[in-house]
Write a protein that binds this ligand. Structure first.
Ligand code: CMC
Length: 428
């Protein structure tokens, strides 16, 4: 018998198909509900709405499981670098040695920005947030590569994917150099992805720059754990924009805007700013925990809580170890990390956080690691964007490959005034 759900509306009964995923997640398919009953479903914030059937990332928030294309995040992080992880996400399978080498090679070939693009950077104010610059320059890629904007042409899509992956670190590092008034440092194609990014960020023409392999390792891990997280706000944005057949650059630029917000990717910056605020205020962690619990106070503990993870965030678990190791190795006593540890201890024992299942999320530790590497605070979310790029691309590609692709267009329940008579200006 077909798996169905029955919905009773008044004395009418409707049967709705039930879709079962490969991990036995079950969903009631409501796509025909309106045409059959005149009713829609209402779910503000998409708390319980499956917008797509996807084969990229599986996560189980109750058990704290995260898998890319079926492979547990812990195994991916232990065995792959960020480029291999990106290949897995974008193309669906682990690459052979030859496929991986070809992928690395093509990314290396596309790291340079068109020289005319550099002039954009002069137009931005010196204190412009690098996420705004990132989004603008990614959007501007569509003006430089007009020959490859057709989402329906696999060759054009492929070259655009390679350009995006290769150029994003350059765009990001240039935005930082602009903000501190240093000359842009060009990419070096003899270096691997993370090494190259670090030298573009920190090298100056006046002295040699030594790349610290521990920083490279930490950066690789952070990019990997951020690489995809199924239908989060920015990924859904990329899919939403892409569903109109907007080109991939426009879609990713929109995703960067969505990621910027402090409730999403911006939380890593907001988290370290919060830790700095607690430190400057005398380090009284309890005071801030109480503020977060106070219903009349809008303050929230940044880096705590997650829409999906209600047990622990597996990404946080992975990077916490690196965070400890990195700071220990550097023999660096960062008071911010002490505050973070205190906050973590207090919050994990407090009934409010236990009852509401609010655990430290990935942003809680990532900010501290970025800080240890020397990444300036306003670049934290940019690093998140670099990590999330292969996920966005994978979802954009998957959506276009789907035979059931349609433009995304939610409905609404209208609550405004019913028809009223127009009042002319002189009578208002
Ligand atoms: N501090 C204090 N209380 C909190 C927090 C927090 N960080 N997060 C949630 N709550 C409370 C919230 O007030 C609510 O209480 P009540 O039921 O009494 O009204 C309850 O917990 C449920 O919260 P919610 O806002 O309904 O949950 P949500 O799923 O809509 O929001 C969240 C998820 C991540 C936006 C939220 O937990 C939050 O604002 N966290 C801080 C920002 C943050 O760290 N964001 C990064 C998320 S991980 C990176 C990413 O994937 O983007």
């Amino acid at each position: 018998m077909e798996d169905v759900a029955t919905l009773k509306i008044g004395d009418r009964e409707e049967t709705l198909p039930v879709v079962t995923g490969t991990e036995n997640e079950r969903a009631v398919d409501v796509s025909k509900l309106r045409s059959e009953t005149g009713m829609i479903t209402l779910d503000e914030g998409y708390v319980n709405t499956g917008a797509v059937a996807s084969s990229i990332t599986y996560l189980d928030g109750e058990q704290g499981i995260l898998r890319y294309r079926g492979y547990p995040i812990e195994e991916v992080a232990a065995n792959c670098d960020f480029i291999e992880t990106s290949y897995l996400l974008i193309y669906g399978e682990l690459p052979t040695a030859e496929q991986l080498e070809n992928f690395r090679h093509s990314l290396r070939r596309h790291t340079l920005l068109h020289e005319d693009m550099r002039s954009f950077y002069n137009g931005f104010p010196r204190d412009a947030h690098p996420m705004a610059i990132l989004s603008s320059v990614v959007s501007a890629l569509s003006t430089f590569y007009q020959d490859s904007l057709n989402p329906g042409d696999p060759e054009q899509v492929e070259i655009s994917i390679q350009r995006l992956m290769a150029k994003l670190p350059t765009i990001a590092a240039f935005s930082y150099k602009k903000s501190i008034g240093q000359p842009f440092h060009y990419p070096r194609n003899d270096l691997a992805y993370c090494e190259n990014f670090l030298q573009m960020m920190f090298a100056v023409p006046t002295e040699p720059y030594e790349i610290d392999p521990d920083f490279v390792e930490a950066l690789n891990l952070l990019l990997i754990v951020h690489a995809d997280h199924e239908q989060n706000c920015s990924t859904s944005t990329v899919r939403m924009v892409g569903s109109s057949n907007a080109n991939i650059f426009a879609s990713i630029a929109a995703g960067i805007g969505a990621l910027w917000g402090p409730l999403h990717g911006g939380a890593n910056q907001a988290c370290v700013e919060m830790l700095e605020r607690i430190l400057a205020d005398g380090g009284d962690v309890d005071k801030y925990v109480d503020m977060a619990k106070d219903k009349d106070n809008p303050f929230r503990l940044m880096g705590f809580g997650h829409r999906v993870y209600k047990n622990h965030d597996p990404r946080a678990k992975l990077i916490r170890v690196t965070c400890d190791r990195l700071l220990e190795k550097m023999e660096r006593n960062d008071p911010i990390f002490d505050i973070a540890k205190k906050l973590e201890e207090v919050a994990l024992q407090d009934p409010y956080f236990i009852e509401k299942k609010l655990y430290p999320n990935v942003d809680f530790y990532s900010g501290v690691i970025y800080r240890a590497i020397g990444i300036p605070i306003q670049m934290f979310t940019v690093l998140f964007a670099m990590g999330r790029l292969p996920g966005w691309i994978a979802h954009w590609k998957e959506m276009h490959a789907s035979p059931s692709k349609r433009i995304c267009r939610p409905r609404q329940v209208y609550m405004g005034p019913t028809e009223r008579q127009f009042v002319p200006l002189d009578q208002r």
